[in-house]
Design a protein around this ligand. Structure first.
Ligand SMILES: NC(=O)c1ccc[n+]([C@@H]2O[C@H](COP(=O)([O-])OP(=O)(O)OC[C@H]3O[C@@H](n4cnc5c(N)ncnc54)[C@H](O)[C@@H]3O)[C@@H](O)[C@H]2O)c1
Ligand SMILES: N[C@@H](CCO)C(=O)O
Length: 446
């Protein structure tokens, strides 16, 4: 039965899905914008470090002040209104909430929120892919052991890629590659929060009128977010991360099947079975024809001649050999679609993508020559960018995951474009997360 019908049943029984949201920034705002139009979904609480910002977000997306004026979770449960608080941990512990959504983008906080939610018997929708790539396989195992579900967020590209991958495999096609689109040329790798808007493509007026965090958007522009997402996709789908990091091959939708096939068959991939990114800009900065900047895609091979012939007969976008086909979804609208995950988890008992193995890692790489004694400033900042590597490679070189490259001091000089390793940094804080990462070493897939 479809989600909408199932939700209608719960609404008519007076048993709405009771959810709590942590992080009311851009993604969270987009969830909140839609939530008030979804009968049967009650956002009991919104937690944000910055309560006044959260309230501004609620007002900006059109909520009446009375709708978020509940003075406690209990009152919110009784009245159908929403309680806004700075206490995220209390939200993850409240008995009335059945599902928690983390949209903070802070990897360490996201892991802690998820762990608390899971230990308190709640399902978890992890918008925070930064946290998912850091500890997702471990959190998913923890959720399973606690009888709850841990899910990627529909509307963001990783969950949509998982959906396409599932379609390819369920049809009996041979999956070759899957990934997302991105506005990217190699120089963007060195972008900082000061230069992000020169590259992202929005005008000064558009940026000034919006609610955008430049460091977050810089993590999109410099390739960090792509690395994080493709490693998370590898963990969720069984695909691999490319041995030498992401290729960011410029490619439009008409050409996916030709470009994203193995080099041995004329494509750009050193080998099949990988998560990759299609850049929406050519190397000289021209926009790619039929670009897929905002979308997701998968390429696959026909398993037999009859299937190959059907690809052509039914107008599938194929390569010149006819053996390779492609499928894509041209858009993702992030928080506007994220309720699909909440409904799928609570009504169907099915995550919309979930880390299953530890196959990929997003590792920190110096954006410039970094001196001993300097501090790393995490995703989208000035010091480091991430690339996606197989988890086995990351483990072998003792690479520092980008999610732990926050407020840590370098003890060694690290040259521009070099991978930062655990041996290069003084890790004095966040030892709970370091411990989880150590435990994850036993989960590394071949
Ligand atoms: N903005 C986008 O277009 C976009 C697209 C895809 C995915 N995402 C994902 O959405 C997530 C959030 O991104 P965003 O753009 O909304 O960021 P944002 O900076 O706009 O919002 C994050 C919010 O979380 C709050 N927060 C941070 N740490 C917290 C903590 N420890 N406890 C409680 N609240 C905390 C912040 O105060 C802020 O209000 C990230 O994981 C990001 O990868 C964003
Ligand atoms: N794919 C998007 C970013 C993530 O939503 C872009 O190219 O800007």
């Amino acid at each position: 039965m479809n989600l909408y019908t199932l939700l209608g049943q719960r609404a008519s029984e007076g048993r709405p899905i009771r959810a709590g949201l942590i992080g009311a920034g851009k993604f969270g705002s987009m969830i909140l914008s839609q939530a008030r139009f979804i009968d049967g979904l009650h956002i009991v609480g919104v937690a944000d470090l910055n309560v006044s910002r959260a309230k501004e977000s609620l007002a900006r997306v059109g909520w009446d002040a009375a709708a978020y004026a509940a003075p406690s979770f209990g009152e919110a449960m009784d009245t159908g209104a929403t309680f806004v608080t700075e206490d995220a941990m209390a939200l993850t512990q409240h008995e009335g909430i059945e599902i928690v959504i983390d949209a903070t983008g802070h990897p360490l906080a996201g892991v802690r929120h998820a762990l608390s939610a899971i230990e308190n018997g709640k399902h978890m929708v992890m918008v925070n892919v930064e946290a998912d790539v850091l500890c997702g396989p471990w959190l998913a195992a923890k959720a399973k052991a606690n009888g709850v579900l841990y899910s990627m967020a529909y509307g963001d590209q990783p969950a949509l890629i998982c959906e396409l991958v599932d379609w390819v495999r369920s049809c009996g096609f041979e999956l070759v590659a899957a990934g997302k689109g991105m506005k990217y040329v190699p120089d963007y790798r060195y972008s900082t929060p000061d230069t992000v808007w020169d590259h992202f493509g929005w005008s000064k007026e558009e940026v000034a009128a919006g609610d955008f965090n430049p460091k977050m958007y810089n993590s999109f522009v410099d390739g960090t977010k792509s690395a994080i997402e493709m490693a998370a996709v590898a963990n969720a789908t069984g695909l691999s991360c490319p041995e030498d990091g992401l290729g960011f091959y410029p490619c439009g939708t008409h050409d996916l099947a030709r470009v994203f096939r193995p080099a041995s068959d004329g494509g750009r991939l050193p080998k099949g079975g990988v998560a990759e990114v299609a850049a929406s800009e050519e190397l000289d900065g021209r926009q790619v024809h039929n670009d897929i900047r905002w979308g997701v895609w998968a390429t696959f091979r026909a398993p037999c001649e009859y299937t190959r012939d059907c690809f052509r007969q039914y107008g599938l976008k194929i390569d010149d050999s006819g053996w390779y086909g492609s499928s894509w979804r041209p858009f993702h609208i992030i928080g506007l679609e994220a309720a699909i995950s909440v409904l799928s988890v609570c009504l169907r008992g099915e995550p919309t993508g979930c880390s299953k193995e530890y196959r990929g890692d997003a590792v920190a790489i110096a954006k410039a020559d970094l001196q001993a004694g300097s501090m790393l400033d995490g995703e989208g900042g000035y010091a480091v960018v991430a690339d996606a590597l197989p988890a086995s490679t990351s483990a072998k070189i003792n690479a520092l995951p980008i999610g732990l490259a926050h407020h840590v001091k370098l003890k060694n000089h690290v040259g521009k474009d070099q991978i930062v390793t655990f041996d290069d940094v003084e890790v004095t804080d966040d030892l709970d997360i370091v411990k989880i990462r150590k435990e994850m070493q036993s989960m590394v897939a071949d």
